[in-house]
Design a protein around this ligand. Structure first.
Ligand code: BTN
Length: 286
């Protein structure tokens, strides 16, 4: 295949040997223990959920695919996952925490991956609540967390992360809410996906420890530094199953559970659990 050939000649092809080599320093840190690689699979979240259900001791597993045939985003959207260009991976973790802490994992993952992207590329990558990574308002990555839990504790978390790395974005209209970009598009060069994955896992491991040790304050402070939403007038659309609820207000920050704090026109504050945020510009502001 043409793409693969180009990839191989640049040393950018993903393989299980290459990943094991690149991730060796990550595995020595102890949070992440092994990597599972698929040339092609439906969704790395599917594979991670299977491992979580079938292997009760599996913890710190990283599932990576070169392409996904049914990659998915939030609210049932599809995540376009062509081969040879991007990063699609899911980390399986078993945090010893109650389920009311679950949304903090998205905070943790967004802060960690955004920090890794900024450090590795030097680009001004920002977070848009709850799970988008943006460069100049265009989407470069997203996070889809799925989990199993009972009332007392989280059984496991499957944190799926997609990053547009070397993609030349031509994503069909209507498949993405935000215009898309990629690290290559913004930085002008091909990047090594295995190295980028290593950097993301280093940042994730470090912040996972913080979260499990109860240090959510530093994560929330980091979020506030990286956020592109706070201080803006925003519209939040809550994609409930039966109705579509819309709220407009000023995004004031996130609370200790990772929920968006919105100041409504009445002056009342409201915390939002889930939804799509649009930063209002131009005539939308009225
Ligand atoms: C979103 O922005 O709506 C979330 C996108 C998450 C995409 C990643 S790619 C790896 C993992 N596997 C999936 O099917 N989805 C996530």
């Amino acid at each position: 295949m043409k793409t693969c050939h180009t990839e191989q000649s640049k040393g950018l092809h993903l393989s299980i040997d290459g990943l094991n080599r690149e991730l060796a320093p990550v595995f020595r840190e102890g949070i992440f223990k092994r990597v599972v690689f698929y040339e092609s699979t439906t969704s790395t979240n599917d594979r991670a959920m299977e491992i979580g259900d079938q292997e009760k001791d599996a913890d710190g597993v990283v599932v990576v695919a070169d392409t996904q045939t049914r990659g998915r985003g939030r609210h049932g959207r599809s995540w376009i996952s062509p081969p040879g260009v991007n990063l699609y991976f899911t980390v399986l973790l078993r945090p010893p925490l109650p389920p009311d802490r679950a949304s903090l994992f998205i905070v943790m993952a967004a802060v960690a991956v955004t920090s890794a992207l900024r450090r590795y590329t030097g680009l001004d990558v920002r977070i848009k609540w709850p799970n988008d990574m943006l460069i100049k308002g265009r989407k470069v990555g997203g996070i889809l967390m799925e989990l199993r839990s009972d009332r007392e504790r989280i059984n496991f978390v499957a944190m799926g992360i997609g990053i547009n790395v070397n993609l030349t974005p031509d994503i069909p209209e209507g498949q993405m809410i935000l215009p898309a970009t990629s690290l290559k598009e913004e930085g002008g060069r091909d990047l090594n996906r295995a190295e980028l994955l290593r950097e993301a896992l280093i940042e994730l491991g470090y912040r996972y420890k913080l979260l499990v040790e109860g240090n959510r304050e530093s994560l929330i402070n980091e979020w506030i530094d990286l956020d592109s939403t706070i201080g803006n007038r925003v519209r939040v659309q809550n994609m409930a199953l039966t109705a579509s609820e819309v709220k407009v207000g000023i995004a004031e920050g996130i609370d200790e559970y990772g929920r968006l704090i919105l100041r409504l026109a009445s002056g009342r504050f409201e915390t939002i659990n889930a939804g799509d945020v649009t930063i209002l510009k131009g005539r939308d502001q009225n």
